[in-house]
Design a binder for this molecule. Structure first.
Ligand code: NAD
Ligand code: ZN
Length: 357
């Protein structure tokens, strides 16, 4: 079978591999719709998870089940499914402690395009199919559905971890597809004012549709000053960090008011200086005593999570398809879509590849 792979750091290409084998509780799936993630870009061009050779990329997919193992109960060949980006080992102690994304070590629930081949192949393997697949609801568009495995799950986790109350004031730093999903999540959690910090025109438009009440251009002025000025100097109840380098955590802490949560879902590709650290503002953090709490999270995965996100969409609470700005048809277009994600033109939010209708 064919797959789009990371050949080594800085290089991608099409390779041939054996079709994966199916264990008794697993499934082999072929792609229906795929989307590249900013994390694929970090993986290949920044060597974010270390060097990988001939590793098939991708972790955002809808699929058609091709084969199931003998012990799989709820799925059969031909079923159309949502495949979560994170497919935990549900029997592990980390999962039982309530952190399934961290099974087998930090970020260990993230297998596709990390510890095993990803979904950018003609076939891919899904562990524990009954727990890590969800049926794609009839009537859900592929453009909407393919946002669930990672974008919606991660962005909503940012809002969930931020302890948003009805009427809370929220700032979302970074409005790519992850931050936009966080804005939609914050609105659904009952936020009052939502400050969307970003500049890309396509994103600004969707940010407003998803519930942003204020747009803050961080390139034309200081983020903290602008948000403080708009909140009588107080700052916000919750900050969701969904973009930027390590300096963004300074803004996040400085703009958070005492008793707030700074909820990070961003990937930090590098730290400051030789010690590779992420600095926090000592005074802005109340000398470490201002009850400004930092939460972090990897995308939640698994079946129930996907089913719940699908409910949100099917009940018309938000439309994730608005983020699918560039839609390609055909598996062969995957490389073009991935390179577009790397280039990030101003009119791009998320490229999507429809493999089969
Ligand atoms: P994106 O690049 O499309 O969006 C991030 C935006 O933030 C960019 O437009 C960038 O210009 C902007 N930005 C940079 N500095 C900023 C600043 N100081 N203030 C405000 N905005 C700033 O990326 P995305 O696809 O939305 O993903 C966002 C991040 O989330 C990436 O780092 C990605 O790797 C990570 N991610 C994490 C998870 C997870 O499980 N936690 C899952 C998926 C993606
Ligand atoms: Zn991702």
């Amino acid at each position: 079978m064919k797959g789009l792979a990371m050949l080594k750091i800085g290089e991608i290409g099409w390779i041939e591999k054996e079709r994966p084998a199916c264990g008794p509780r697993d499934a082999v799936v072929r792609p229906l719709a795929l989307a590249p993630c900013t994390s694929d870009i970090h993986t290949v061009w920044e060597g974010a998870i270390g060097d990988r050779h001939n590793l098939i990329l991708g972790h955002e997919a809808l699929g058609i089940v091709d084969e199931v193992g003998s012990e799989v109960k709820d799925f059969k060949s031909g079923d159309r499914v949502i495949v979560p980006a994170i497919t935990p080992d549900w029997e592990t102690d980390a999962a039982q402690r309530g952190f399934p994304s961290q099974t087998g070590g930090p970020l260990g629930g993230w297998k596709f395009s990390n510890s095993k081949d990803g979904v950018f192949g003609e076939f891919f393997h899904v562990n524990l199919a009954d727990y890590n697949l969800a049926h794609l609801p009839k009537g859900m568009s592929l453009e909407a559905g393919v946002m669930l495995p990672d974008m919606l799950s991660t962005g909503f986790a940012g809002a969930e971890n931020a302890n948003i109350k009805f009427g809370s004031t929220v700032a979302v730093l970074g409005i790519g597809p992850v931050g936009l999903s966080a804005i939609a999540g914050a609105k659904l959690r009952g936020a009052g004012r939502i400050f969307a910090v970003g500049t890309r025109p396509a994103s600004v438009k969707v940010a407003k549709e998803y519930g942003a009440t204020h747009i803050v251009n961080y390139k034309e002025g200081d983020t903290v000053e602008q948000i403080r000025n708009a909140t009588n100097g107080e700052g916000v109840d919750a900050v969701i960090v969904a973009g930027g380098g390590y300096e963004v955590m300074m803004d996040a802490i400085n703009v958070a008011k005492p008793g707030s949560v700074v909820s990070n879902i961003n990937y930090f590709g590098s730290g400051m200086g030789d010690q590779d650290v992420i600095p926090l503002p000592r005074i802005g953090w109340g000398f470490g005593m201002a009850d400004k709490n930092i939460m972090t999270g990897l995308c939640p995965g698994g079946r129930v999570r996907m089913e719940r996100l699908a409910e949100v969409v099917m009940c018309g609470r938000m439309d994730p398809a608005l983020m699918a700005t560039h839609v390609f048809k055909g598996f062969d277009k995957l490389e073009e879509a991935l390179l577009l994600m790397k280039e990030k033109p101003k009119d791009l939010i998320k490229p999507v590849v429809i493999v089969e209708e």
